[in-house]
Design a protein around this ligand. Structure first.
Ligand code: SF4
Length: 228
């Protein structure tokens, strides 16, 4: 959304040239929401200095002392966390940062790697500057996201929360057989788009048709959503 704002004023900025590097973006939280998330998810909420939802289906927390804590997605207290995301992010369909020149993030890459999307010549120019310092490999994909996305829809809606031992077990299983690489990216995009479509439909029904972009509607149509 910051890049949408930037693009709308870029011609008035008097810049010689503008280079826009972005990341995929999803689920930002309010300050109170962040506190609630940390307190319900981490063993030591006061020492967390960084966290990230990673493609091994776990949240990785970094603590002040350098230690790392991993919590499986399935162990999140979804029933308490439904209201922590900003309404703007619950109605956003720009997960892949479509207006940046170059996008770097982990979501379509194997664990430990980053995924790079070059959108235009400017993005290519930026990538060329650092290309010989990077290790690269072709994108890959494995698994099938469809069932996992479909199951996530009622689970999120009902706020299903598993006990930690079951969540850990589920985390190990899904890491072995779940979607990977580009298919993980599709899993993440599809599950957020279906969730956000339902959010807009329930809260701003009069804006649904106009607000949701066609590409998002085509994704959402592939799944069965609750009637109301
Ligand atoms: S998810 Fe969308 S609305 Fe929220 S911060 Fe990211 S781009 Fe902006």
């Amino acid at each position: 959304c910051q890049i949408q704002a930037l693009r709308s004023v870029q011609d008035q900025l008097g810049l010689e040239k503008l280079y826009v590097l972005g990341t995929p973006c999803v689920d930002n939280v309010t300050r109170e929401g962040l506190q609630k998330f940390l307190e319900t998810t981490s063993k030591s909420p006061d020492t967390v200095v960084h966290y990230e939802f990673m493609q091994d289906f776990r949240v990785h927390f970094k603590h002040e002392d350098g230690s790392e804590e991993k919590v499986p997605f399935f162990g999140l207290k979804t029933n308490q966390l439904k209201d922590v995301f900003a309404p703007s992010c619950m109605s956003c369909f720009d997960y892949v940062n479509s207006l940046a020149d170059l996008v770097v993030g982990y979501m379509g890459a194997p664990f430990g790697w980053q995924w790079i999307v070059v959108r235009n010549d400017t993005g290519q120019e930026m990538l060329d500057l650092v290309k010989d310092q990077l290790d690269t490999q072709a994108v890959s994909e494995k698994g099938d996201r469809k069932q996992a996305v479909q199951q996530s829809i009622p689970a999120y809606d009902k706020g299903v929360t598993l006990p930690m031992w079951a969540a850990q077990l589920m985390g190990v299983v899904i890491e072995r057989i779940g979607p990977k690489g580009l298919e993980y990216a599709r899993f993440s995009i599809d599950s957020h788009f279906t969730r956000n479509y339902l959010y807009v439909k329930r809260n701003y029904p009069e804006k649904l048709e106009e607000h949701v972009p066609e590409f998002a509607k085509r994704i959402v149509e592939q799944y069965e959503l609750p009637e109301n």
